[in-house]
Unconditional design. Structure first.
Length: 65
């Protein structure tokens, strides 16, 4: 598996994009998975699998039961 990938996605009429297959494979993104779109007007956009952010939140704010 390569560690880097650059792809192109066209924005459809409803604002939808298709994540290129190579990127889906790299990050194990499957149909039905949830992604988070992070935006910064100056820096751009990033798409992250929601479970990555959940894991990070668990580390920052552990469940103290």
């Amino acid at each position: 598996m390569k560690n880097k990938f650059v792809g192109i996605a066209k924005v459809g009429e409803k604002g939808q994009i298709v994540i290129p297959k190579e990127a889906r494979d790299m990050f194990d993104i499957k149909a039905g998975d949830t992604v988070v779109v992070l935006c910064d007007k100056k820096k751009g956009m990033a798409i992250v699998k929601s479970e990555v952010l959940e894991d990070t939140m668990d580390k920052i704010m552990p469940d103290n039961k």
